[in-house]
Design a protein around this ligand. Structure first.
Ligand code: ATP
Length: 476
C-alpha cells in the first residue's frame, strides 16, 4: 500500500477486459427485455410519460416503486463515492449554465450525430441506422423508411436549446446541459477553496441531463431526459494513469457489490477513432443487456483539457498550487460517468428471476421475483395481516408503524397470502411480515418470510426491528 496520498492506492485489478472491437451481440440472456418492460408497466415502476395523450417518445415516468428504486441507486452511488471516502465532495449545480461553457467544452461544435432527412416525408434518421438498415419504422410517417429518398448527411447537435428572459427575441439562448460534468470544472476553484480539499480529490454530482437522441430506444436505456452520476477526480499530471486504473477497479467493484453478476459485466477500452476529443484513454463498463453488450458507464482520463479550456475561455486561472510540492499545475481529471436510468435497468434485468418454486401443498408454481440487493429494493418490508379481520388489522398497523421510521414499508391486506407474497416477490421486497391470530391471541410474534430462501421464521414483535436491521442493513 502506498503512503503518498498523491499516488493511487495499489489495488489488485480483477476486472474482465475485452478487446476494443469485442463483439457487442449479447448472445443468450436468461431474461428478455419484454419480460422486464412488462413487469415495470404492470407494477407501475416505469411507464410512458404523458400516456393519456399517447405518450412522448423517449420520455418515461418512474412510478412509486420505480422512483424508490432510482433513489436507492443514487444513494448507493453517493454512499460509496462520497460518504465512505473523505476525498470526494458533492455539488448540485444549475442545469442552465452560461452559454460559453458549452463553447469551451466543445459541445456546441462537436456534440453532434450525422443525420439524414427524407426529401419526401421529412423523417429524420441517424445516418448509421439507415446504412445498417435498422431504423425503427414508426418514426417514418409512412411506416416504411425503405421508400425514403435521403439527402446528404448533416451534423445534428444533440443539445436542447431554450431561452432565458421574458421573450424569445430578447432572451439569451441557453442550452439544457447534456452532461453534469462541466459544472464540476467550472466550479473547480470555488469548491476546492471552500471545501479545503487538496489534490487528489473529487467533485461528484447526481442530476438530470438532456440529449435530443435520434431515435431514443431500448426502454430507459437511451432517453432524452436522464440522470447521471458523475465524478471528476483531480490529480497531479503524471499520476493520472494509475488513478485511472484505480477508478476502473472501484467502479467495477461497485456494480458487483450491488448485485450485478460478474458474467454480465465487462470493461471495453475505446479504440483510437472512438476516443472523445478530450480523452487520453477511456474505457466503458458494459453490461450484457438482452439486446446487446452496451455502455453503463464511461471512465475517462480527460487530462487537463477541460480546466485549460475553461481557463482560456473565461480568462480565470484554474490552476492549483500544490503545497506538498511547492508547485503550480493544472490538474488532470479522471472521470467515472454513469447513468442512473441505465444502471437501474441493468439492476432490474440482472435481478429478474422466473422460476418454478415449491408450493405449501407439495406441488410447484411459477415464481417471478427480483433478486435485488437489499439496498436497492424499493420496499424493504411488507406487512401483511393474514386477513382484513378487525382483530388483526390494529396489530398489523402497529407493526408497520414500528418499522416505518427506518425503512420503506408496504402494507397490504387484500388477496390471499400467497398472492400477496407473489406481489412482493416480483418487486423484490426482501421480507414479508405476517400478522395472524396467534400473534394477537397468543404470542405477539409474527412470521417473517425471506424473499430469497422463502424460509419463514417466527419473531417476537419486540425483537422484529433488531431482527430485520441485522439482515437488511448489512450489504448482502
Ligand atoms: P452512448 O455512447 O451510449 O451514447 P455516451 O458515451 O455518449 O453514451 P457519456 O457521455 O459517457 O455517454 O455519459 C455517461 C453516462 O450517461 C452513460 O454511460 C450512460 O449511462 C448515461 N447516458 C448517456 N446518454 C444517455 C441517454 N441518452 N439515455 C440514458 N442514459 C444516458
Amino acid at each position: 500500500m502506498t503512503t503518498d496520498r498523491a499516488l493511487a492506492p495499489e489495488v489488485a485489478s480483477d476486472y474482465v477486459e475485452v478487446a476494443e472491437d469485442a463483439d457487442t451481440t449479447a448472445g443468450s440472456h436468461d431474461t428478455t427485455m419484454e419480460a422486464v418492460v412488462e413487469l415495470c408497466k404492470r407494477r407501475g415502476l416505469i411507464f410512458q410519460s404523458s400516456e393519456i395523450y399517447g405518450g412522448l417518445r423517449g420520455a418515461w415516468d418512474f412510478g412509486p416503486l420505480g422512483a424508490a428504486l432510482k433513489d436507492n441507486v443514487k444513494a448507493a452511488w453517493k454512499r460509496d463515492m462520497i460518504q465512505l471516502r473523505g476525498d470526494v465532495v458533492q455539488l448540485d449545480a444549475s442545469i442552465l449554465m452560461h452559454p460559453r461553457v458549452w463553447e469551451a467544452s466543445g459541445h456546441v461544435e462537436g456534440f453532434t450525430d450525422p443525420l439524414v432527412e427524407c426529401r419526401t416525408c421529412n423523417a429524420r434518421f441517424r445516418e448509421d441506422q439507415v446504412t445498417q438498415g435498422d431504423a425503427s419504422t414508426y418514426e417514418c410517417p409512412r411506416s416504411d423508411y425503405s421508400l425514403c429518398d435521403f439527402g446528404p448527411a448533416k451534423q445534428f447537435n444533440l443539445m436542447f436549446q431554450t431561452h432565458v428572459g421574458p421573450t424569445m427575441e430578447s432572451g439569451a439562448a441557453v442550452w439544457m446541459r447534456p452532461e453534469t460534468a462541466q459544472a464540476m470544472f467550472v466550479d473547480f476553484a470555488h469548491v476546492q477553496l471552500t471545501s479545503r480539499q487538496k489534490v487528489p480529490f473529487g467533485i461528484a454530482q447526481v442530476g438530470k441531463s438532456f440529449r435530443n437522441e435520434i431515435p431514443p430506444r431500448n426502454f430507459i436505456f437511451r432517453v432524452r431526459e436522464f440522470e447521471q452520476m458523475e465524478m471528476e477526480y483531480f490529480v497531479r499530471p503524471g499520476t493520472d494513469e494509475p488513478w485511472h486504473e484505480y477508478w476502473i477497479q472501484q467502479r467495477w467493484d461497485w456494480y458487483l457489490r450491488y448485485g450485478i453478476r460478474r458474467d454480465n459485466l465487462r470493461i471495453r477500452p475505446h479504440a483510437a477513432d472512438e476516443l472523445s476529443h478530450y480523452a487520453k484513454r477511456t474505457v466503458d463498463v458494459e453490461y450484457r443487456f438482452p439486446f446487446a453488450w452496451s455502455e453503463l458507464e464511461g471512465i475517462a482520463n480527460r487530462t487537463d483539457f477541460d480546466l485549460s479550456r475553461h481557463a482560456e475561455f473565461s480568462g480565470k486561472d484554474l490552476s492549483y498550487f500544490d503545497p506538498a510540492l511547492d508547485e503550480r499545475y493544472v490538474p488532470y481529471v479522471i472521470e467515472p460517468a454513469a447513468g442512473v436510468d441505465r444502471s437501474a435497468l441493468a439492476f432490474l434485468v440482472d435481478a429478474y428471476r422466473d422460476e418454478e418454486a415449491p408450493t405449501a401443498k407439495g406441488g410447484t408454481e411459477r415464481r417471478v421475483w427480483l433478486q435485488l440487493h437489499h439496498a436497492l429494493a424499493p420496499m424493504k418490508v411488507a406487512v401483511l395481516p393474514l386477513s382484513r379481520n378487525e382483530k388483526l388489522v390494529p396489530t398489523a398497523t402497529e407493526v408497520a408503524d414500528i418499522l416505518r421510521p427506518r425503512w420503506m414499508i408496504d402494507y397490504d391486506e387484500t388477496g390471499s397470502i400467497g398472492k400477496r407474497y407473489r406481489r412482493q416477490d416480483e418487486v423484490g421486497t426482501p421480507f414479508c411480515v405476517t400478522v395472524d391470530f396467534e400473534t394477537v391471541e397468543e404470542d405477539r410474534a409474527v412470521t417473517v418470510r425471506d424473499r430469497d430462501t422463502m424460509v419463514q421464521e417466527r419473531v417476537a414483535i419486540d425483537r422484529l426491528e433488531a431482527y430485520l436491521a441485522e439482515r437488511l442493513d448489512t450489504p448482502s
